[in-house]
Design a protein around this ligand. Structure first.
Ligand SMILES: C[N+](C)(C)CCCC[C@H](N)C(=O)O
Length: 264
């Protein structure tokens, strides 16, 4: 199994995340200080995503990343490989995403005189607290919603990228840097636009019992949210998700492509 896609995915995920961090912090008005945790986590998740995606395409089409410009895979294979990567990466993403959402949602990030101490002192303390209070399975709270959110939308993510690249690249050639940046940016926007409704539900499932009531499942959370706040609740954060998605994914795909070209 070629490992270069995993390494390129790790590095490109870290580079894209550096651009997206300020948006992510503002998104939930949380105070998620420091970059080490998100880089260590999202870079690993991105490594699994791109590695599984590329190796699934290799299994489906018997073509390597370099060969695919001359023998482009069908969009059905790209979608299937993207969904496979999206499904598998949830197993890594779920604990990291839960810790991120819990830290971002605590209103007192630092103990201040007269105010209650924050519930979690940092990512490691958050993980240990969740394990102690809810058991190790507690780290996978919201994983079903994450799987429903990411599996189809990461298929859409890669199909959008491939389609836009091919529209602006002569057959058999590699896309230019500008094409990769634009295609990657719009792939991020399109996938986040489709993912936002379940992203809202996922975050509520992750905060159940702390900031939201405990739900009997994804459908209960959806029905309860619509009853209380209307259908608009599903588009909370769409603007900031989209504003963040373009630069993050433009850089992620550009660095991924260049790393593989350099490797190839
Ligand atoms: C599947 N979903 C739309 C949620 C994310 C797709 C893009 C993932 C990228 N690492 C980013 O952080 O934007």
């Amino acid at each position: 199994m070629p490992v270069e896609e995993f390494v390129a995915g790790w590095i490109s995920g870290a580079l894209g995340l550096v651009l997206g961090h300020p948006f992510d912090t503002v998104k939930l008005l949380g105070f998620f200080k420091g970059m080490s945790f998100p880089i260590a986590s999202i870079a690993v998740v991105n490594s699994v995503l791109f590695g599984v995606y590329s190796n699934t395409l290799l299994a489906l089409t018997a073509t390597s990343h370099q060969e695919r410009r001359a023998q482009p895979p069908s969009y059905a294979h790209v979608f299937l490989a993207g969904c496979t990567g999206g499904f598998v990466q949830v197993y890594c993403l779920a604990p990291f995403d839960l810790i991120k959402v819990r830290l971002q949602n605590q209103t007192e990030p630092r103990a201040r005189p007269g105010s209650p101490p924050p519930r979690y002192r940092g990512p490691v303390h958050c993980a240990v607290s969740i394990c102690q209070e809810e058991g190790p399975r507690g780290l996978f709270r919201g994983a079903w919603a994450l799987m429903l959110r990411d599996t189809p939308t990461l298929g859409i993510y890669f199909v959008t990228y491939e389609w836009l690249c091919r529209q602006s690249t002569p057959e058999g050639q590699s896309p230019s840097s500008a094409s990769v940046l634009v295609a990657g940016g719009f792939a991020g926007i399109v996938s986040w636009a489709v993912a936002t409704p379940l992203d809202v539900i996922k975050s509520r499932m992750q905060m159940a019992g702390l900031k939201h009531r405990v739900y009997r499942g994804v459908l209960d959370c959806m029905a309860s949210s619509v009853r209380q706040e209307g259908l608009g609740v599903f588009f909370r954060g769409l603007t900031i998700n989209s504003a963040r998605a373009f630069p993050v994914n433009a850089v992620t795909f550009l660095s991924y492509e260049y790393l593989l070209r350099w490797w190839g």
